[in-house]
Design a binder for this molecule. Sequence first.
Ligand code: AVJ
Ligand code: FE
Length: 445
Amino acid sequence: NGPTDPEALRERALAALLAARDRTTLLTTCVEDSELTAQHSPLMSPLVWDLAHIGNQEEQWLLRAVAGRDAMRPEIDPLYDAFEHPRSQRPSLPLLAPAEARGYAAEVRGRALDVLEKTPFRGTPLTDAGFAFGMIAQHEQQHDETMLITHQLRSGPTSLTAPDPEPSPPFAGPDEVLVPGGPFTMGTSTEPWALDNERPAHRRLVPPFFIDTTPVTNAAYQRFIDDGGYEEMRWWSPAGWAMVRQNDLRAPLFWRREGGQWLRRHFGSVEPVPADEPVLHVSWYEADAYARWAGRRLPSEEEWEKAARHDPVTDRSTRYPWGDADPTPERANLGQRHLRPAPAGSYPAGESPLGVRQLIGDVWEWTSSDFLPYPGFAAFPYREYSDVFFGGDYKVLRGGAFSVDAVACRGTFRNWDHPVRRQIFSGFRTARDAGPTETSAPEAV
Ligand code: AVJ
Ligand code: FE
């Protein structure tokens, strides 16, 4: 169960809002202002749009909805409504200039902190447990991740740097573990800042399955490439094969082959693809094809969550694989502390009771599941967060990545994107069915 004391939650909300703003500031000051208005990719907004959109959402929810204030600048609302203009067209909108956008976001923040201090953390659904404040901190961190994607897509050197993950002893565990069949509790009704699509908690029966103990590595993925994986239709779904042929895909995004070696562009520099790191920047179609080539499949969303949250000893679902305590740097690679995933098998302190590692952090993990509502779902506080996306051409990703902050990442957190998307910080692990009487992995032959 999540924290419940209102004063502790208020402090948590303040810290989360301040941390998000620090990150936003870094992501929007590490390049020249001219780079904030530039279009680095038609897939992304100009960075200055994210900046003012962050302020605009905060104004709408904390100043207008929670505190009942009038709009500060009603004329800009449509500019920063994500449903009004596609990302590719945002550079040509009459957006606030960088200095204006900074000033606007800062002014909203000043007032929002005042609202935070004065708002009782109970009484209305929006303010119970400080939900709106937690939601807005998560929203800002989600856009900080989006801005990090824009930085990765941007060409030329970058001043964004971070230390590499601390070295971890080599992983000596098995390649996969059996998750015994049976019911478990999926989703949450108690996590105070869980978003609408994570709710409510409900029981699900999950047949027994095996799941990889670590995400699939670049070395493993390279074996798929070397085996002609991108040239053989039989590994691909029909839509995946169409994507490969139309775009002549041969490797994950940002990879290129030079002198018999795979290199990748990573935040402004070029490096040999690190063999032991989880594969990054693959689409759902590539993850699905790799799994088929490996004689396996992607885990479903409920399988992933059972592996990440179910404690077989107590039959309880915990907040995280390691239990109910918040993430720490020893448990998971989150929050842009590092700008890359740690080698597969890192973070022993973050493993699940069954010994599955790196479920939280490092890379977002594609699942086989479409993005759909849980039984009993109710849109809150706005339909445009989740409801309008259910049933669309989206696959669910789980577990968060190095790029996302802990406030926007939990065992129940659900992300989603189009199955062709590769610029996101996406990887995957694989699974397979287990027979009802299977109790351990068969001996290697
Ligand atoms: C949950 C990551 C798919 O970025 O489109 C940000 C998060 N929603 N502003 C997105 C979001 C509204 C959303 N994802
Ligand atoms: Fe947004």
